[in-house]
Design a protein around this ligand. Sequence first.
Ligand SMILES: C[S@@+](CC[C@H](N)C(=O)[O-])C[C@H]1O[C@@H](n2cnc3c(N)ncnc32)[C@H](O)[C@@H]1O
Length: 250
Amino acid sequence: MSEQTPAQPQAATENTQSQDGAEQPIRMRTIRSFVLRTGRMTEGQQLAMANVWPRMGLNVENGMLDLTQTFGRAAPVVLEIGFGMGDSLVEMAKAEPEKNYIGIEVHTPGVGRLLNNADEQGLGNIRVFEHDAIEVLDKCIPDGSLSTVQLFFPDPWHKKKHHKRRIVKAEFAQAMRKKLKVGGVFHMATDWENYAEHMMEVMSAAEGYQNAAGEGAYSPQPEWRPVTKFQKRGERLGHGVWDLMFERTE
Ligand SMILES: C[S@@+](CC[C@H](N)C(=O)[O-])C[C@H]1O[C@@H](n2cnc3c(N)ncnc32)[C@H](O)[C@@H]1O
């Protein structure tokens, strides 16, 4: 979850058929916002993956969700991209039982920890994907269905040559807008000033959004947003914190 030099190729492959019917790999130029690392799982996390996942886990292969069916009720849906170890997501889901929460994370120990904690707290309003959020949004989340998208302390990719890996870019802003309801909010936070400025530039130029704090202004951290693990780390390092909240207007 920390900044590192990408060790993997930046292209994914998939199979397709050539004219003679043989399977041919094609290369897709996908630049990912993460580097997948294997992390050690605690016993509790492993048990949660085995026992809680069947109840709270969602699989991309199952396609587009019917969110009312997924949660067994109709309620505002908050989706968090890259929840890390998930403690702040669990805290929010506990504090707002009237909302439904979907977390997406690629780091398996974090997914295990979130499942473990959500289960211990007896929360019925969280569902989880262990997958690339870009693909989940495209394949599983209905258009105009989300009341909030949360992106807290995304990997900042400090070095200029890695900026292309930053998840916030013009096309991402529009992909989020498509999934939000009109009036829904895309909420970002970062402890990296240069990324905050980049987010502000991208979001201010994005069609169909309005900055909730007024043009060019950062939002105060809402009292309902818990301090996340990476926020604490940033504060230890003397970083500032910037929240940005943009509402879908059309
Ligand atoms: C710097 S950490 C922040 C974690 C947490 N939000 C916090 O504030 O403590 C960024 C997280 O985003 C995850 N991530 C990055 N790109 C992602 C993607 N496309 N889909 C799902 N998770 C992603 C990483 O695995 C990592 O756990």
